[in-house]
Design a protein around this ligand. Structure first.
Ligand code: ATP
Ligand code: MG
Length: 394
């Protein structure tokens, strides 16, 4: 593996695997620092490809495309964990790659990920692996796990590849509905709330923590993040950050890492999953921290000093899904961005996706305020402007 000896400085070229919104915001941060950015993504019209200095439109395992990246980029990162880990390992023999293929391999398989986290002494939800008819029978006997959630071991995101299983009798059918691919069956835990710990770790092992975000999901998709987490006391922040740093250190991780936690009704802390990249719950950093998570990803990859993670204002981040482009009768409509921005201290970020679809992440809005309550009121006013139901916390 290539080790970082001297920092990669502008105007070098950086590569990113994946052209989604995370790749786009990485490219924007890198370009604003003077780097050129090449994006590899098979979609001709991807959010990051649109503004890349060069978009290589090819499959992630296309050898010629990867060779082109290796020949032209000084460093390569990834925007999602489902890129084949051997692609990152192959690139890592040729250029600086962060996070490494080994780290991504852990995060892309829930079974490997849970085993790894548990070995580090951090709790995960009680679970069993479902990978054979014998394992199915053994899982059916684990009545303590029900009601449970069945999750595909690989390729899950935004609640996709998950089914709730109320009782053991429903398990075989639920597994069948996921085509009997390898899964984990997880006990559905009594959640008090959810938080995520975002950090960056450099090649030299330096760690920079961001404030803890408190996350509300709707239908398995992140709805809002409120930062600093209003329900977390200082002791909880400390526990979560210590656990996240330990995971990063054990992985030998370089880059931006996010650890999602469940806080149970009895106060215990359980790791849900790990994202080896910037995270949706870290989008608030774009308007409320000295260094955004995307600039931090650039700095970590290139071996520059990590930026200060100090939060400049409390912030609520609202995810904007494609649903905002349809009224209650499902007729198309244009969201009223002028109305949203008439809330002072609100910041709109849209990802350049041509087709709004329900449940598709189209953008986000950050609301800052002197106090978190103020930011939340601004967010709820904007939700009304956009015709979105409910509030920040539901
Ligand atoms: P993403 O990649 O968007 O984070 P995902 O598809 O990987 O999502 P998870 O993070 O596993 O999905 O789950 C999404 C949400 O579903 C969690 O944030 C939580 O609200 C709920 N959830 C998942 N597992 C459990 C569980 N064991 N007990 C209670 N709630 C759960
Ligand atoms: Mg998740």
């Amino acid at each position: 593996m290539i080790r970082m000896t001297t920092a990669i400085t502008p105007p070098a070229t950086l590569g990113v695997l994946g052209g989604g919104q995370l790749g786009r915001m990485f490219a924007q941060a890198a370009q604003s620092m003077g780097y050129a950015v090449w994006v590899l993504d098979p979609d001709v019209n991807s959010p990051a490809g649109q503004l890349a200095n060069r978009h290589i439109c090819a499959a992630y395992d296309d050898k010629a495309a990867l060779q082109l990246l290796a020949d032209n980029c000084a460093g390569v990162t990834t925007e999602f964990e489902n890129v084949p880990a051997d692609v990152l390992l192959w690139l890592g023999e040729r250029v600086a790659v962060a996070p490494s293929g080994d780290a991504v391999a852990i995060a892309q398989n829930r079974v490997v990920e849970k085993t790894f986290i548990e070995q580090g002494g951090v709790a995960v939800a009680p679970y069993v692996v479902l990978d054979s008819p014998e394992a199915l029978r053994a899982a059916q006997a684990r009545v303590d796990l029900f009601p449970a959630i069945l999750k595909t071991a690989r390729m899950g995101y935004d609640g996709k590849g998950q089914v709730t299983v109320h009782a053991a009798a429903d398990l075989a059918g639920a597994w069948q509905s996921l085509n009997n691919v390898d899964c984990v069956l997880e006990q559905r835990l009594p959640l008090a709330f959810e938080v995520s710990a975002l950090l960056a770790r450099g090649w030299d092992g330096a760690v920079a923590h961001y404030a803890l975000a408190q996350n509300v999901h709707r239908g398995g998709i992140l709805h809002t993040s409120s930062v600093p987490a209003p329900s977390a006391d200082a002791a909880l922040v400390e526990r979560a950050q210590t656990a996240a740093a330990k995971i990063a250190q054990t992985m030998g991780y370089v880059g931006v890492l996010c650890v999602e936690f469940f806080i149970l009704t009895d106060g215990s802390l359980v790791v849900n999953e790990v994202a080896p990249r910037p995270h949706n719950s870290g989008h608030y950093t774009m308007n409320a921290c000295l260094t955004s998570q995307f600039e931090q990803q650039v700095r970590a990859l290139t071996g520059l000093p990590l930026g200060a993670t100090h939060q400049t204002s409390p912030c609520v981040m609202l995810n904007i899904l494609g649903d905002a482009w349809f009224d209650a009768q499902q007729n198309p409509r244009a969201p009223d961005w002028t109305g949203v921005l008439s809330e002072v201290d609100s910041f709109v970020h849209l990802y350049g996706k041509a087709e709004p679809k329900p449940a598709r992440k189209m953008g986000h809005v950050n609301f800052v305020g002197k106090r978190l309550e103020k930011a939340a009121l601004r967010c709820e006013a904007a939700m009304r402007v956009l015709g979105l139901q409910g509030g920040v916390n539901d």
